[in-house]
Design a protein around this ligand. Structure first.
Ligand code: ADP
Ligand code: MG
Length: 753
């Protein structure tokens, strides 16, 4: 099984996406298809091995689309030139659209003005008649309209050709049929008087309608494309963070080279104010670095020898050299960009309804348009006479075809997702996919892991108590540290650190075993030494007292005999209290989950205002605890570190991993917070709620617009009040609809998190 992303050419609306989706889904060997209108990509999952691009293209070329191999994700090659080229191509397309609009819009406005004048003079009596010969004007309109229909509006005609050839219809087909039928009817009654007499057709023609509709629809498409480009600005910004060149030391010489040529192991020289080109570790000098662009952390960070530096961040005053450890596609920035790009192209579950509707939308509208025409001709002409009914019938049909807009439906969700995920990235909130963003909006319970999430995760040895007079606390510490030296656990590291501070030597051990969530054991010579958490029965007064102070107590045993205890204290993160309060303000329940003892956990929980504590939970039981909450109907977000808490993160409705250092794309988590700032949990929830609100508004407006617009255009108000919507207004509404959806999504950019 393999997945491939292609870019799709020739797609303009949700029904285009639906057609490609449908045709490709039917192909044998393709398991899943995800066509995204907003990013103009198709993600294909193959059963076994890729199908040839030509084979895929043979299928969809018929319908006017083509697939192209997606350029390696812009960041993968880290080539600035690539992303600039991509942007330039989009800008060229936009410019071509603008050119068309610059011609079509003034023409449409002029014609619109003349139309309104004419209508005004007919009804008001104050406005004089147009000082022009109607015959001449009609010929003038016919010439303009011929140009508009066959040149400017050629893509719409292409939509009709495609429909005839393959039966697949898109929004272009609707506009094409609408404008072409108005045009043909008008041309026939203008050019063939006998046909006009035969039809008892009224004097009025609809050249003006075709001109104005095409002008407005093109304007709408242009504005839509322009705003769509804006939705992708967050990615552009990230790409813009890449340094273009690097100063490296090669064969004793300083050499300025393009960033793509930096190799792993190169020594890179950083001068004051310079941009760090790739990831690495400082080997000489020190400085302060502004990492805000990559981590969302606003304060500059001090860096000395041995500290990691991240490509894309900016050096302040100092100068230093560092050894490149990750270059090209492996840098943190490149991985962030890839993750954001992938996420922006993914599909939110809420989009499914819109997709289903878009899939049947166009055929349904075609049927409705035809039905409208027939009803006017039959019912309408029996009441109003054939000639009047014919004219309304044509107008109604054209109006429906023009006003029905699957575009707004297709753009409602993905544009908001793109802006939302991009905005998250700017705040250091990396969202894996649209589904996680959607789910996050409806969570009601936040679970925090204690160590490293609520607390700093750097515990310190605070007390050492020997239970035997002849044994010094120092030798006790030495014994514990000898065993813990092999463990990665933060408690172990603290114990080793304390021993190193006293310059104790750590001896040899054999048979080391880590008892996950309990402790460690090993053999020294012939004795088995264990460092572990106390059992319930072992919690003496002394132990309990330490625990009540928020400390974690471990026992040190030799061959099953307890020799003493070590207490460790961790401090809560200074932002934890505010982070919990922010979640409370959002109406969420906050729970702390830990393997540590209940007394210490309660102490910490009280400090930060957490509602409930689940303590002494073994690592493998953490996921089970979450399942229990889910069973009683809670929607749970779990925040913890990506390594120890992976199963719990995966079990939660949404897992939020605190990134530490270089790990940005944590597998088990739907969301990764750079810099592990837990304030971002509330920010992420704010973002997801705001995004979902925008999506719901978008969908609502897109639906309402079609639900009201279609009957209105058909003439549903005519029998009641004699009001009939001129198709020209359908054109205006159509132009407005997708523009308003995209603009609404862009509003998210300004949202304060
Ligand atoms: P947390 O949920 O805080 O990450 P863990 O599940 O990692 O906790 O550990 C739970 C408890 O097990 C710790 O509080 C400690 O008492 C004990 N423990 C785990 N690993 C070790 C170790 N290497 N040395 C001593 N005690 C340990
Ligand atoms: Mg842990």
């Amino acid at each position: 099984m393999s997945t491939e992303i292609y870019s799709v050419k020739g797609m303009h609306c949700a029904s285009c996406a639906a057609i490609i989706q449908k045709k490709l889904s039917k192909v044998e060997g393709i398991k899943e298809v995800n066509v995204n209108l907003a990013t103009e990509t198709a993600q294909l999952e193959f059963d076994n091995g890729n199908l040839k691009l030509e084979v895929l293209n043979q299928i969809i070329n018929n319908y006017g689309y083509s697939l192209e191999i997606e350029e390696p994700p812009s960041a993968a090659s880290l080539s600035v030139a690539d992303s600039v080229a991509k942007r330039a191509e989009k800008e060229r397309e936009l410019h071509a659209q603008l050119k068309k609009v610059q011609f079509a819009l003034p023409v449409a406005l002029l014609v619109f003005f003349l139309m309104m004048w004419d209508i005004g003079s007919m009804f008001s009596g104050i406005i004089p008649h147009l000082p022009l010969s109607m015959e001449l004007l009609n010929i003038f309109f016919m010439l303009l309209s011929t140009w508009m229909v066959f040149r400017t509006g050629a893509p719409f005609l292409h939509g009709i050709v495609m429909f005839i050839r393959s039966g697949a219809a898109s929004m272009d087909t609707l506009i094409g049929i609408g404008t072409l039928s108005a045009y043909l009817y008008s041309a026939v009654i203008t050019l063939i008087p006998s046909a006009k007499a035969f039809l008892h057709a009224p004097d009025s023609t609809y050249f003006d309608v075709t001109i104005v509709v095409i002008g407005f629809v093109l304007l709408g498409k242009y504005l839509e494309a322009r705003s769509k480009m804006k939705t992708g600005e967050a990615i552009e910004k990230l790409i813009g963070l890449q340094a273009k060149s690097a100063l490296v030391l090669r064969m004793g010489k300083e050499l300025e080279i393009p960033v793509q040529q930096v190799k792993k192991g190169d020594v890179v020289i950083i001068k004051p104010g310079a941009k760090i080109p790739v990831d690495g570790t400082i080997n000489e000098g020190y400085s302060t670095i502004d990492e805000s662009m990559v981590s969302g952390e606003s304060l500059p960070v001090d860096k000395k020898i041995g500290d990691p530096v991240v490509g894309g961040t900016i050096n302040k005053q100092g100068s230093f050299t560092f050894t490149a450890s990750h270059v090209g596609a492996d840098t943190i920035l490149a991985r962030i960009i890839r993750m954001v790009e992938d996420a922006q192209g993914s599909k939110a579950p809420i989009q499914n309804i819109a997709d289903k509707i878009a899939g049947v939308f166009v055929p349904v509208v075609l049927v409705l348009a035809a039905a409208t025409f027939v009803i006017w001709l039959t019912v309408g002409s029996s009441l109003l006479g054939f000639s009047v009914a014919l004219s309304y019938g044509i107008m109604g049909m054209v109006g429906i075809l023009v006003i029905a807009c699957p575009c707004a439906l297709g753009l409602a969700t993905p544009t908001a997702i793109i802006v939302g995920i991009g905005k998250g990235a700017e705040y250091g909130i990396l969202i894996r996919n649209a589904e996680s963003l959607e789910k996050l909006s409806s969570v009601d319970t936040v679970i925090f892991d204690k160590t490293g999430t609520i607390t700093t995760g750097n515990p310190q040895v605070s007390d050492i108590i020997s239970l035997e007079k002849e044994r010094s606390t120092t030798s006790l510490l030495q014994l514990a540290a000898t065993i813990e030296n092999r463990s990665e656990h933060p408690l172990a590291q603290a114990i080793v650190e304390a021993a190193k501070k006293q310059q104790l030597t750590l001896g040899e051990i054999t048979d080391f075993r880590a008892l996950e969530g309990i402790g460690v054991s090993a053999r020294i010579g012939n004795t088995t030494v264990t460092v572990r958490k106390p059992l319930e029965s072992e919690k003496t007064m002394a132990v309990k007292k330490l625990q009540e102070e928020g400390k974690t107590v471990v026992l040190i045993e030799e061959d099953g005999t307890c020799r003493g205890l070590i207490a460790l204290s961790d401090t809560v993160k200074k932002e934890a209290r505010e982070a919990v309060a922010a979640l409370h303000r959002k109406g969420l329940k906050v729970i702390m989950l830990t393997g540590d003892n209940l007394l210490a956990a309660n102490f910490m929980a009280r400090q930060v205002g957490i509602d409930e504590v689940m303590a002494e939970v073994l690592p493998q039981e953490k996921a089970e605890k979450i399942k229990e909450l889910q069973r009683v109907g809670r929607k749970v977000v779990m925040a913890g570190d990506g390594i120890n808490d992976a199963p719990a993160l995966a079990q939660a409705d949404v897992g939020i991993a605190m990134a530490t250092g270089t790990d940005v794309a944590i597998e088990s988590a739907g969301i990764t917070l750079l810099k592990g700032d837990i304030n971002k949990v509330a920010q992420a929830i704010t973002l997801s709620r705001a995004t979902m609100r925008v999506i719901r508004q978008n969908l609502f407006w897109a639906f309402i617009y079609n639900i009201i617009g279609i009957p209105l255009a058909a003439g549903a108000l005519f029998p009641l009040w004699g009001i009939f919507l001129n198709p020209v207004f359908s054109g205006l509404a159509m132009a407005g609809s997708s523009v308003s959806v995209v603009s609404n999504s862009l509003r998210l950019k300004g949202k304060k998190l």
